[in-house]
Design a protein around this ligand. Structure first.
Ligand code: G6P
Length: 370
């Protein structure tokens, strides 16, 4: 069994460590030889169709939905096409406005999630072109979609998704760059700059995985709590939503992920002496605002841990109790690194509580009922 787990104690930890390889595999063959252009030879979607897209809807469940939140940001910022995100179980029932110019992207690790498959069919019934981002080539969703981008994360066994999520981020970055090339919304130099930063991600991630001790110690600390909060703005908010879900899934600690600026509109009432608050503060453009939100919770006695870049650690330590640094990449690509300490945090918190990390109670890897 340990052999299956490649020497790791759990599949989840093994899969966390497989992420650098999953990044490389998902990028391979999709960046041309010059290293300056994204190529997606598998797509049936023509440049003419791409130029005609008026709206994109991203539909998925659970962790895949959270990847979609980052995908929305990537597409909107690089291509300026409006993007909506929906959880699949809600999509069909809100009578979504879908036309032939709508591209619907469904995201599913397994390719078998019933809610997502139903959403795909709903979208197709309105004439939309459906692109699936999935990890399983022969899956129902891959078969039924009009186009497929396969993530090459390899089989994911642990119920809590890690490498599938981060590979979905890579797929979104590639697709958004491809759209930007075709629609001319970014210059070739801008595209090449982002690609170069993407190619550095695997090594940056490897360096992060070498030093899990500080996160492990913090996980042991929070494992004694029943409630905690995650805060962040922009892409950091998207990532803390995934971090909070991961922690709930396997540690059973109740947590809420809040847009840092929204906390003061109600949830601040729950902040009391000693409650852990995990602040993701990597997005430079909103950093100052996030810091003022950190001060709001600090003034109410919260025990704050911040995840940020090395150059902000010193200043943040004036308002937080602990700070962890992550390597620096472009703001848009930061989720591919910043989620990793949150994955490790959940893993070690679950371990500290004596839970079955790979098989959490009440949950299934793939949910084929609506
Ligand atoms: C289940 C799993 C989640 C997963 C979700 C969507 O609920 O427990 O980890 O994110 O399904 O799965 P999919 O295979 O569609 O990505």
């Amino acid at each position: 069994v340990t052999a299956e787990k490649g020497g790791f104690d759990h599949f989840m930890l093994k899969e966390i460590h497989e992420q650098p390889q999953a990044y490389r595999d998902t990028m391979r063959g999709r960046i041309d030889e010059s290293g300056k252009k994204v190529v997606l030879p598998e797509l049936k979607l023509t440049p003419e169709q791409i130029k005609g897209i008026s709206k994109i809807q991203i539909v998925a469940c659970g962790t895949a939905y959270h990847a979609g939140l980052v995908g929305r940001h990537a597409i909107e910022s690089l291509v300026r096409i409006p993007v909506e995100t929906d959880v699949a179980s809600e999509y069909r029932y809100r009578s979504p406005i879908v036309t032939k110019d709508t591209l619907v992207i469904v995201v599913s690790q397994s390719g078998e999630t019933a809610d997502t498959l139903a959403a795909l069919r709903e979208a197709q019934s309105h004439g939309a072109h459906v692109l699936a981002i999935t990890n399983v080539v022969g899956s129902s969703i891959a078969r039924d979609a009009d186009d497929v981008i396969v993530t090459l994360a390899g089989p994911e066994i642990a119920v809590a998704s890690t490498k599938a999520y981060t590979s979905q981020l890579i797929a979104f970055y590639l697709f958004a760059l491809y759209l930007a090339e075709v629609r001319g919304t970014k210059t070739p130099e801008e595209v090449a700059h982002i690609i170069a930063a993407m190619q550095a991600l695997p090594e940056q991630l490897e360096s992060m995985l070498e030093k899990p001790d500080a996160i492990k110690a913090y996980a042991e600390q929070i494992s004694k709590h029943e409630h905690l909060f995650f805060i962040g703005r922009g892409l950091d908010y998207a990532v803390v939503q995934e971090g909070s879900l991961k922690l709930k899934e396997i540690s059973y600690i109740h947590s809420e992920a809040y847009a840092a600026g929204e906390l003061k509109h109600g949830t601040l009432a729950l902040i009391e002496e000693g409650i852990p608050v995990i602040a993701l503060a990597t997005q430079e453009d909103v950093l100052e605002k996030t810091v003022s939100n950190i001060k709001e919770v600090s003034a109410r006695g919260a025990d704050i841990m911040a995840i940020t870049h090395e150059d902000h650690v010193a200043s943040l330590l004036k308002s937080v109790n602990q700070a962890f640094a992550i390597p620096k990449t472009l703001p848009l690509l930061t989720p591919a690194l910043s989620v990793v300490p949150l994955q490790l945090l959940s893993y070690y918190a679950s371990l500290a509580r004596g839970n079955d990390v790979d098989k959490p109670r009440n949950l299934a890897k793939s949910v084929t009922v609506e």
